[in-house]
Design a protein around this ligand. Structure first.
Ligand code: TXA
Ligand code: MG
Length: 338
């Protein structure tokens, strides 16, 4: 069957044009799928209160039906549709971090379909601060369900081009406002435990959360991924096989490169150091920014670009596990998990 090309419309990242927002909102209102930038990554949006539209998200991404989707709000009034239980502590946390890259888990109301929550009794909610995302939700006047706009298992999309590459023909519209601001997804926090549990490290750091709510625990999902096969499903993964090496491990990198060359493989290297002595016809080097914030912005793009260069394997140097480095390492470990 011939698939229709997905439409791409440019939009101003800070002052999104009203007509474009109205058009995108109409597509969503009619049950369609619109990819749009948030401050973290591009999201793939559908009307959160239309289960059939949300089902289309799962189809387009090839996402397992039990992986729940985050609902995005334009104002706090919309939270009342989704849950009946907001604790004083949750109110405090929302006041401090919303709009922004923090997702909170609430008991779901009966208005939220189990399609959205992957069959769970809870719903994940956040109010993004990205101007286009907020303008779109406000133009629609309803909450938007949106996972990251990539094929399931692949690195998240941080530009409209990444989204087009993965989802062209599967979705109705992409709003292109250029590269996103942050580059890794929101932090997912469960406030129902004592202390609260970080289910996914992300753009709001553990240090920031501790500064506001005191102790927080790292959830099971956050445990370092072991490399043994079958212990974790692949996620954030390019087509090439990813290996992680410690920082400054130039000797180990050299050995790995020799092994891969002996196997006839084409190699990518993601590093913050400059390695002029590697044979550039065999090793494509992506030199990343030293600063972790800048690194985060470029990480998923670097993995995708090396795929496009046709490398078979990608060696990635670890980064320090502090600040947003915790989220970066979480994504890299999962990309490397077999
Ligand atoms: O920054 C972000 O969060 C981006 C942008 C588009 O907002 N969205 C995003 O969505 O990363 P997604 O679907 O790629 O990741 C959502 C994460 C998954 O790990 C999912 O399992 C978790 O949130 N999640 C969703 N609902 C949940 C729930 N009810 N309980 C626990 N975890 C949940
Ligand atoms: Mg995702």
């Amino acid at each position: 069957m011939l698939k229709l090309l997905t439409q791409v419309i440019k939009v101003h990242p800070q002052k999104p044009e009203k007509e474009v927002m109205a058009k995108a909102a109409e597509v969503i209102m009619r049950g369609g799928l619109v990819a749009f930038p948030t401050e973290t990554v591009y999201g793939l949006g559908a009307d959160a209160l239309n289960p059939r539209a949300v089902e289309r998200i799962f189809q387009a991404k090839g996402r397992p039906a039990d992986n729940p989707i985050i609902v995005h709000l334009g104002d706090l009034k919309q939270l009342e549709i989704l849950t009946n239980c907001v604790s004083p502590r949750a109110s405090e946390v929302m006041k401090r971090f919303w709009p922004g890259p923090l997702t909170l888990i609430y008991p779901r109301s009966e208005k939220v379909s189990p399609v959205v929550t992957g069959g769970q009794d809870t719903v994940a909610v956040r109010m993004p601060r990205g101007k286009v995302a907020l303008a779109l939700i406000r133009a629609l006047g309803r909450p938007i369900a949106a996972p990251s706009a990539n094929l399931s298992g692949r690195p998240s999309g941080t530009t409209a081009k990444h989204v087009f590459y993965d989802l062209n023909g599967e979705i109705d519209l992409i709003l292109d406002a250029g590269p996103v601001e942050i580059g890794v997804e929101s932090t997912v926090l469960d406030l129902s435990t004592q202390p609260p549990t970080i289910l996914r490290p992300g753009a709001i750091t553990t240090e920031e959360l501790r500064g506001t709510i005191g102790e927080v625990a790292l959830g099971k999902q956050c445990q370092p991924v072991t490399r043994s096969p079958g212990t974790r499903y692949r996620h954030y993964s390019p087509k090439a096989e990813v290996s992680l090496v410690k920082q400054n491990a130039w000797y180990e990198i050299g050995k790995l490169i020799d092994q891969y060359i002996a196997m006839g493989k084409k190699i990518g290297l993601i590093t913050r150091l400059y390695y002029p002595h590697f044979d550039s016809s065999r090793v494509i080097i992506k030199v990343m920014p030293r600063g972790l914030g800048e690194y985060a912005k470029e990480m998923f793009a670097a993995l995708r670009e090396l795929d496009e260069e046709g490398v078979d394997c990608i060696i990635v140097e670890e980064v320090e596990q502090k600040g947003i480095g915790v989220a970066i390492m979480d994504r890299l470990l999962r990309a490397a998990a077999h």
